[in-house]
Ligand binder design. Structure first.
Ligand SMILES: [Cu+2]
Length: 440
């Protein structure tokens, strides 16, 4: 995301043009890295925070106005790309879905302007944030709806820290289905108890962007086409990069319509917090999979170990792109007769699935299955050893010894040390004498 372009865009919003301060992005401090293994909650505070890195997204600049941190969100229709080959008319904030991450510090007084450039009214609810009832953003209850063309101001003092979200509380079904949501990160006022070297955040969402269409369908309740991290699908989701030994936090929020068991390879993470703030050490859990329920956030923390480690939802359909859900299973079915019939109508048609679906990606890449326009193949992505056969909520944590602090660039594929890669022993299915349970 080009931050400069976003700043220029914000500068064009007339209501804020007349101020002494410019919007700026929160800064990292230069505190030393603390890699001790002691209970982080017992450690001395390391002072100011490490700013969050919104995967494939951006942080909303703010400006100071007489001691108040001012932000400006603009609700508007946008053109969004889920991955090259799939774009849609979505609704978001300040040009993107998810909207920019709001980042502030416990104790801050914040004023958030919300301008509505949508064709219908809206409001914003600050999900999980403790505030006066009239600032809660429920249209019709806590405030009048924000009509098209209007700007409202929300103002409150942040009395907590943690991983929070924002979203409309007006025609919520439509507005969230079209992409209106964002993260709201509040750092602890005394700094982190244990320094975090990389602080990522991402929002999980689902979209009913049916094959061949260009606008998500808000009426769909179950059968979604795209499963996203920060509104992107694999392979368009960037890897999360870290240096070996760095302490990494991944903050995950879920404003989709499903719960997502997020699983990470290569390490065990501690679940250390949520929109309830950072949990006491006695409440931490060591896991490799954590269910992020609808409307929940979770902080996952670990010390990075070298390698390419995948990070994905464990619902197997959530790591696929658009597909037909309601067909009979082709596995084990001889489709040769059907294939001949289909080829009369669709030259080049190839039946698939008799031996499983692994051939899908290869066929799609060879052009055998020209899907509808604006539709991604179900399986995508290439690794150093071949097709990855993935899509949707799937990315990688790439950890390298030589990554510099603050470098988020994709380092390419991991070079495994010699004799540490699974290897072929035989190409004969009768090789060896494995113990098998006799048939009765
Ligand atoms: Cu999922």
């Amino acid at each position: 995301m080009n931050i400069r372009r976003q700043l220029l865009k914000l500068a064009g919003i007339g209501a804020l043009a007349n101020t002494a301060n410019v919007f700026r992005i929160p800064n990292a401090n230069a505190a030393a890295v603390d890699q001790s293994d002691e209970d982080p909650n017992d450690a001395d505070s390391t002072g100011p925070f490490t700013p969050v890195h919104t995967l494939d997204g951006w942080t909303l600049p703010y400006r100071m106005n007489q001691g108040v941190k001012e932000f400006h969100l603009v609700a508007e229709e946008i053109e969004h790309e889920f991955a090259p080959g799939s774009t849609a008319k979505c609704w978001g904030y300040n040009g993107t879905t998810p909207g920019p991450t709001i980042e502030a510090v416990e104790g801050d007084r914040v004023r958030i302007y919300v301008t509505n450039r949508l064709p219908e009214h809206t409001s914003i609810h600050w999900h999980g944030i403790l505030l006066p009832s009239g600032m809660d953003g429920v249209g019709g209850l806590s405030q009048p709806q924000i009509k098209p063309g209007e700007t409202y101001a929300y103002e409150f003092t942040l009395r907590q820290h943690g991983t929070h979200m924002y979203h409309p509380h007006a025609d919520e079904m439509v507005q969230m289905a079209l992409g209106m949501m964002g993260m709201f990160i509040i750092h602890p006022k005394d700094g982190e108890a244990h320094r975090i070297d990389r602080d990522y955040c991402l929002l999980l969402h689902n979209w009913a962007l049916h094959p061949g269409t260009y606008r998500p369908n808000p009426a769909v309740m179950v059968e979604f086409d795209l499963w996203t991290m920060n509104s992107k699908v694999f392979p368009a989701i960037s890897p999360m990069v870290a240096g070996s030994g760095e302490r990494v936090r991944i903050r995950v929020g879920n404003l989709s319509m499903w719960n997502h068991p997020v699983h990470m390879h290569g390490t065990q993470f501690a679940v250390t917090g949520s929109d309830g703030g950072r949990w006491p050490g006695t409440a931490w859990r060591t896991e490799s999979t954590e269910i992020i329920g609808v409307g929940q956030t979770r902080d996952l923390e670990f010390v990075a170990v070298p390698g390419d480690w995948i990070f994905h939802c464990h619902m197997a359909h959530h790591t696929m792109n658009a597909m037909a859900h309601d067909l009979p299973s082709p596995v084990g079915v001889d489709q040769s007769a059907i294939e001949k019939q289909m080829q009369k109508m669709l030259p080049g048609y190839q039946a698939m699935g008799e031996t499983g679906m692994a051939e899908h990606q290869r066929h799609a890449q060879m052009g055998h299955h020209k899907g509808p326009e604006n539709t991604l193949p179900m399986m995508m992505g290439k690794g150093p050893h071949g097709d990855l056969e993935m899509g949707g909520m799937f990315t990688m944590v790439k950890v390298r010894d030589e990554i510099a602090t603050g470098d988020f660039r994709d380092p390419g594929w991991f070079k495994n040390p010699p004799n540490s890669v699974a290897r072929r022993i035989s190409q004969n299915g009768d090789w060896g004498s494995p113990t098998r349970k006799p048939r009765t």
